[in-house]
Design a protein. Sequence first.
Lengths: 190, 285
Amino acid sequence: MKDLSRRDFLKLTGLATGSVLLPGRVVLRQPIQPFPLRKRVGEAYSICPYCSVGCGLIVATDEAGHITNVEGDPDHPHNRGALDPKSISVRQLSTSPLRLSKVLYRAPGSSAWEEKRWDWAMGEIAKRIQKTRNETFARTFKVADKDVAVNRTEGIAWLGGAANNNEDCYLGSKFARALGMVYVEHQARI
Amino acid sequence: MKMYQMGANARNVNKSGDILRQLDREYALRPELAQTIDLHRELIVARATTEVPPIEDTLTREEAERLLNEGLCLLRRGRVELAGEEFARLCVHVCDITARHRPDLGDQFKAIRDLLVVPSQSKDLATQYLSWNRIDLPLAEGLDQELLAFVLNNALHPFLEKYAEAMEPLIDKERWYLAKCPVCGGQPDFSYLTQESGARYLLCSRCDTEWPYKRSECPFCGNTDSKTWGYYPSEDGSYRLYVCDQCGHYLKTLDLRQRTPDRSLAVERILSVAMDLTAREKGYR
């Protein structure tokens, strides 16, 4: 490594910042301990998924991308940094050991959970929706001795929640009504 | 035309007195910063004892609102009255103080002193510096821009601070949220997170005005990517060294949720030079 002149060394570290002159390390009576550069933290903006207020969050992550802290975003107009108990603990959506990472199925009458594949689960859900819908579908309903066309199913309900965005809710409600569902609700209305 | 009478720099002397007392307290506790504190102590005294004339021309509330709505600072285009001779005298004094404390930089400060000793010249150079944050004139060729900025920031400080005190009531800071000082257009060189909500406030490197800014965004380039804009915490968690890998800037930050504020920001700025040294050694600026 090339030997540095004192001037070059000072140039490398920078001489001043704003109105503060930085001390030259080589001329100090006692060395200044360097600031520790360990555990770099990244901060990202996010939104709490729990209710329709949509409070702003700042999510801190370590260098491996793991969440280390969640706090309210002080600049967000909805909450200005405040958070309720649910949103304060939102990190457990990612970090909780109780979080499911596999599809679990309990057959009717059984007391045991079985691990299943995603493609099996999706197919099974589609089959059961179709079956229930077909078994409960009513083409007409009698009103004052007249058969009125209704084309509906009362065997399935659709419930949206705060974690669904506008686009999710639009597609969900279209899908539900296309199948003939009439019990279409959302957590925000309750 | 409005007149603001600030008799005998009384407010500045009182404020400087507090800063000096805090520095004196730290002098005994932090021997490794003794030389840094000695130097800046003298500079603060020099600034506090400068005669700053009353502000004769300032803005109406409507004019201020119009400028701020357009994202323009209130002291745009160098509308700062620098009282020629007093400003040049302070420039020379800053150079002399610093050259005495740092003989290793003596030649550079002598060159800067020669440039700023003429009142009309120092005033013109300061006006350019206020507008562009650097001086690109043949006169200043070969001078270290950081040292030149250091001298000008210290010499401008008492004048800008007086304007800041007069103009701050005209500013609705909640509507500013830009990365430059709403008073003088200066860049920040320090920030803090409030005790109440962790909101970020920036501190102007020139006039010590404080204003709010977005918490998780680099004020130098607007970067919000958590992979390239982040911080290193101090051992006790009270300081954060924010760094941006996109633009290469750093920002020293004090988290007031982790420590009771017992020192002024002007003192924190001086005492935290270890953060500057470490950031610079890593290539940040």
